[in-house]
Design a protein around this ligand. Structure first.
Ligand SMILES: [Zn+2]
Length: 112
């Protein structure tokens, strides 16, 4: 999962990303603890954030990977003499899946 948070320094407030293994906030609590204390990549100051305030966004690298895969498959099928609408549904499926995972993550908060 890729999580994002805004830098707490008033003059900066830029978006930062952290990569985690967890798929939900319960796992995240195990992985990172209740709070993060991360260094901003833009200004170098540390930001403390409760993990409930970390926001998950869909993994665009996976979505782009799905698109590339679909293009490769389309070209391959094209050479065999088929044109398939099925290949178009692969990246859409992957994209929907990423969106769903992200929104599920954001909906579930831990109580503390
Ligand atoms: Zn900053």
């Amino acid at each position: 999962m890729q999580l994002s948070y805004y830098c707490s320094t008033k003059s900066c407030q830029k978006l930062n990303y952290i990569k985690v293994q967890s798929n939900n906030r319960f796992e995240l609590k195990e992985e990172l603890g209740l709070e993060i204390n991360e260094r901003c990549k833009h200004c170098g100051n540390y930001t403390k954030r409760h993990i409930n305030r970390l926001h998950c966004s869909p993994n665009y690298a996976i979505i782009i990977g799905g698109l590339v895969l679909a293009v490769v498959i389309t070209i391959f099928i094209w050479h065999l003499g088929f044109v398939s609408t099925l290949t178009g549904s692969i990246p859409i499926g992957i994209w929907m899946n990423q969106e769903k995972k992200a929104s599920t993550f954001n909906k579930v908060l831990i109580d503390d």
